[in-house]
Design a protein around this ligand. Structure first.
Ligand SMILES: [Zn+2]
Length: 222
């Protein structure tokens, strides 16, 4: 099968500039421990520009060690990671791209030490908003429900995010309503806060990139 890398890259840039999807994404998550996370449409346009300028790269790998991992964004590399077969077979969902692009948007903001769980919550909320936005017919609703029912950690997190956005389509939820989603993330994702203020100063040699990709393959989703 022909490699769709360049085509996918262009589609991704176009999606991150597409008002139909990104103009609905405007919310803030408040943190007690670090800066609040603010997600807004132009943050995605900024990510699109960074891809175009080569500041963010898109990397395809053959597999993730964890079979449930579909994609990732690696702060330390400014890189999106996708599975090559998904890219070639056009299986990468828009909502998933938005999830990873939300991580990239937060990384690009570069405002210091973020709470990693809030970062993850923001990505799931944006993903959920796009999932809901794409449902227009009964068939689409049935498919979305089937997808969400799947028994994996990431689907469970997405289910909580969908519930949250369904109840609060304008994202006016408070910390109490956000808590169930954060609880799921804390249970399964193991990481601490991370620094996101080095986005524009990343200089990666090819060798470091390759070594890091080996690590990504083993660790899976970031
Ligand atoms: Zn994520």
């Amino acid at each position: 099968m022909a490699d769709r890398y360049e085509e996918f890259r262009s589609e991704m840039i176009a999606l991150l500039r597409d008002s139909r999807y990104i103009d609905i994404l405007n919310f803030q998550l408040r943190s007690n421990e670090g800066p609040n996370i603010h997600i807004y449409p132009n943050a995605y346009r900024g990510v699109a520009d960074a891809i175009e300028r080569g500041i963010i790269t898109i990397v395809c790998i053959d597999y993730f060690d964890d079979e449930f991992v579909q994609a990732g964004y690696i702060n330390g590399l400014n890189a999106f990671i996708f599975k090559r077969s998904d890219v070639n077979e056009q299986k990468v969902q828009r909502a998933l791209i938005i999830h990873e692009a939300t991580h990239a948007a937060i990384d690009r903001e570069g405002i210091g030490i973020h709470n990693a769980y809030l970062n993850e919550a923001a990505a799931y909320i944006a993903q959920a908003a796009v999932v809901l936005h794409n449902i227009h017919t009964h068939t689409q609703r049935r498919r979305a429900n089937e997808y969400l029912r799947e028994d994996s950690i990431r689907r469970q997190a997405l289910r909580y995010a969908v519930r949250l956005v369904r109840r609060n389509p304008t994202f006016n939820f408070d910390a109490v309503e956000l808590e169930p989603l954060l609880r799921v993330l804390r249970r399964y994702y193991k990481y601490d806060s991370y620094e996101s203020d080095t986005f524009f100063s990343r200089i990666m040699t090819q060798r470091v990139r390759e070594l890091s990709l080996d690590l990504i393959r083993q660790r899976g989703h970031i």
